[in-house]
Design a protein around this ligand. Structure first.
Ligand code: NAP
Length: 248
């Protein structure tokens, strides 16, 4: 299929996990893909070749999503190199978990900056280009935790709840310019990261989900394909869960 043919997408944090799946599905659907990574340099460089094998233009950028000036430089570079920017997937994210009593200011600030400020950084930098195009799809990856809260993740939950407020505000401000803004809320998605966790703990999480299993990165990526494509042109301001019914 080629649902994204001719479109240029930026996917942040694509060296592994969900971001890698989104970048890969996007390339498979014909999008030209710019993506970022920060510490996983080898993986990032390898992905560039993997994406290009789909016959699309692909370029990886080592860029810190929490850095405003770097994000502006990134977006300007992509527009220059690719000629347009049609889809932004703000996926880069981290956790620094602890109970509130043990959470340091640094743990709070870092998570808010990488997860939430990063969304402002790319959208602010790309808004003018998308407004000129009178089209664009912004997809921000939030979490079920941003909707429900989670003990031990006050910083992460706040960053993900903030993403929802940001997403809806952008939808209200830029809808008249043909720009859509939606949030995707994954539940428990099984990645390389969860493979190393204790099997009994993970099984406990699976059992608590109505569908009795974790999701796959591809299941999140498929929703992002839909939201990035022209088969979702009247959908904006939404928070769509990919969670096997977890938040129900
Ligand atoms: P992951 O496997 O840890 O991947 C995170 C990605 O973000 C990596 O590519 C990492 O790149 C990048 N990244 C981290 N900090 C960055 C920074 N400052 N600048 C640029 N890139 C940065 O995580 P994941 O599980 O795929 O999660 C992806 C997104 O989904 C996150 O926003 C997460 O909060 C959300 N989410 C995940 C789940 C889940 O169950 N997995 C559930 C709900 C929501 P480097 O390795 O190169 O640093």
């Amino acid at each position: 299929m080629s649902l994204l043919k001719g479109k240029t997408a930026l996917v942040t944090g694509a060296s592994k996990g969900i971001g890698k799946a989104i970048a890969t599905r996007y390339a498979e659907e014909g999008a030209n893909v710019a993506f970022t990574y920060l510490s996983s340099v080898e993986k990032g460089e390898a992905l560039e070749a993997e994406l290009a094998a789909f016959g699309v233009k692909a370029k990886g950028y080592r860029s810190d999503a929490s850095d405003y000036a770097a994000s502006e430089e990134l977006v300007n570079g992509i527009v220059e190199e690719f000629g347009s920017l049609d889809i932004i997937v703000n996926n880069a994210g981290i956790t620094k978990d602890n109970l509130l009593m043990r959470m340091t200011e640094e743990m709070w600030d870092t998570v808010i900056n990488v997860n939430l400020k990063s969304c402002f950084n790319t959208v602010k930098a790309a808004a003018r280009t998308m407004m000129k195009q009178r089209a664009g799809s912004i997809i921000n990856i939030t979490s079920v935790v941003g909707v429900k809260g989670n003990a031990g993740q006050a910083n992460y939950a706040a960053s993900k709840a903030g993403i929802i407020g940001f997403t809806k505000s952008v939808a209200l401000e830029l809808g008249s310019r043909g720009i859509r803004s939606n949030a995707v809320a994954p539940g428990f998605i099984e990645t390389e990261m969860t493979e190393v966790l204790d099997e009994k703990t993970v099984q406990g999480w699976r059992d608590a989900i109505p569908m009795k299993r974790g999701g796959s990165p591809d299941e999140v990526a498929n929703l992002c394909v839909y939201l990035g494509s022209d088969i979702s042109t009247y959908i904006t301001g939404q928070v769509i869960h990919v969670d096997g019914g977890m938040a129900t």
